[in-house]
Write a protein that binds this ligand. Structure first.
Ligand SMILES: NC(=O)c1ccc[n+]([C@@H]2O[C@H](COP(=O)([O-])OP(=O)(O)OC[C@H]3O[C@@H](n4cnc5c(N)ncnc54)[C@H](OP(=O)(O)O)[C@@H]3O)[C@@H](O)[C@H]2O)c1
Length: 232
């Protein structure tokens, strides 16, 4: 039985992914700030030391994962909206978004060698976003979210080069889910064309299919829900 770890497990996409993986026979472990009523779940605050300790504990228990999914992402919060213009840029909002979207995933990547199955074919998926593509940026706006996902992409690509020196069969997938019905997209759904707002269930199916297609995936790629590559 293959084993997966879902980080940021309270997200709408993550919850659908847990169901999708479990229905295909994968043993799923999960981590979230939230207490979820499920087996093999850890409630964690995502501090640097807490993440390092969690990974060390897992290593000492002999827990190793063939699939890891990092789902964390913030676009808005109570006092934080994505910037429509340069004048809306705020240092504190920028750091809050970077902390969630870039720094927290990076702490998991830093500890990955403890929890990746050493000899197996492994895929590490980090949920990114098309707006993190510098090449694809035609509309502008959303400065902090875009920058956090662009930085996430660069850090993942760099980490993949290093981790693959020791974990030669590991692959890295930066995944764009498409606009998906979740708390994150809720305030921005009214302009989404009909048929373009995906359910978490649909996205989870597409993500499971892509992330388990080991031979299709490059060592580190940026792909959308429809298996199309996205330029960095
Ligand atoms: N929905 C879309 O249209 C869309 C489009 C493109 C990309 N994405 C990306 O898809 C991923 C999943 O998003 P979703 O749509 O499923 O959103 P969601 O339901 O709002 O989930 C939010 C996620 O972010 C984490 N999170 C929130 N605040 C955090 C903080 N302060 N520190 C650390 N983690 C925090 C949550 O982790 P906990 O479980 O620990 O609470 C959860 O995993 C994100 O990376 C998002 O950027 C979504």
């Amino acid at each position: 039985m293959s084993r997966a770890l879902i980080i940021g497990a309270s997200s709408a996409i993550a919850r659908a992914l847990i169901d999708e993986l479990e229905s295909h026979g994968t043993q799923v472990h999960s981590v979230s700030r939230a207490r979820l009523a499920r087996e093999r779940h850890s409630c964690l605050n995502y501090g640097e030391q807490a993440i390092a300790n969690w990974c060390l504990d897992a290593q000492q228990q002999g827990l190793a994962f063939e699939h890891i999914y990092i789902c964390n992402g913030m676009l808005h919060a109570e006092e934080l909206q994505p910037e429509k213009s340069l004048t809306a840029f705020s240092e504190s909002a920028f750091f809050e978004v970077m902390q969630c979207n870039t720094v927290v995933p990076m702490w998991w990547l830093s500890n990955l060698s403890k929890i990746l199955a050493p000899e197996a074919q492994c895929v590490v998926t980090i949920i990114s976003a098309r707006v993190g593509s510098i090449t694809d940026n035609r509309l502008g706006g959303w400065y902090s979210y875009r920058a956090s996902k662009a930085a996430l992409n660069m850090l993942t690509k760099t980490a993949a080069i290093e981790i693959r020196r020791t974990h030669k069969q590991s692959k890295f997938l930066l995944f764009h889910p498409g606009t998906t019905d979740s708390a994150l997209s809720k305030p921005f759904q009214k302009n989404v064309p009909a048929g373009k707002l995906f359910t978490p269930h649909f996205v989870a199916q597409r993500l499971r299919e892509l992330s388990t297609d080991y031979t299709f995936l490059p060592p580190c790629g940026f792909y959308d829900w429809n298996r199309q590559p996205i330029e960095f």
